[in-house]
Design a protein around this ligand. Sequence first.
Ligand code: SAM
Length: 285
Amino acid sequence: MDKEYIATPSKTIEIINKYNFAFQKKFGQNFLIDTHVLDKIIAAANITKEDTILEIGPGIGSMTQYLCEKAGQVISIEIDKMLIPILEDNLKDYDNFTLINADFLKLDINKLIEEHNCKNLKVVANLPYYITTPIIMSLFENNIPLDSITVMVQKEVALRMQASPSTKDYGALSLAIQYYSTTEIVANVPPNCFMPRPNVGSAVIKLSLRPDSPYEVKDSKFMFKLVRAAFNQRRKTLVNSLVNSPNLDITKDDVLNALENMNLSPTIRGEALSLEQFCELSNLL
Ligand code: SAM
């Protein structure tokens, strides 16, 4: 890009001062000020002019500028109305950019996709960390027709997404992410790549959506109810967690029979079960 980058410390300070912008901690505002990190994100997302990019939280447009250069269409959703005139000004040269002032979690994304005739949809974003899980789960659960999600998240969350059974990071999030996608950590990003600096490390993770579930599941909603119940009381045995869950109506004998069928111990904890085993348990129950 021959343009002046927004994602540098000096340009970011210039923009902040020009508009007298005050960072809002409640919106998770940590803007990227490192073009090398942006290059890595853009390369991993594999963006072409055929693609529509959905960006959640454009900030002052540091990543948006890169996305507009590479993609056919960019739709960015920003909650903070103070950022809207700044974004409109910073990105005025791009006619493939659409800005929506809204809370992403309250938007009907399927309707938006239809209205904007989105093709080859990819999510690329530096997410607001306080709502990382709800954003990703809403993309999965609303069956948004996505190719991939390449996002900056808290390092610890990226590790939880990739975790294997019986590790401390393994939980309901790991199982959901691995059910819907395959994962790849693209970069580790230290706090000094942001303004202001967050007090946690960050990582860029790419989630490539699976065309089909990796294992056969008769009722995936029920399977995820089992998963949530198992990890709600993670130190208890799986049998006790499931039988005591107010969201499930299953007996101790049901669970014990299913575990026997699967050659698993009656005292096993939920955290020891793999995604495949949760799928099998769900089908049996
Ligand atoms: N993309 C910019 C960058 O990389 O510099 C900003 C990233 S900053 C970590 C997160 C952005 O998400 C902020 O601009 C914040 O205002 C916005 N945001 C927070 N909550 C949001 C929500 N519910 N819906 C849409 N945007 C939100």
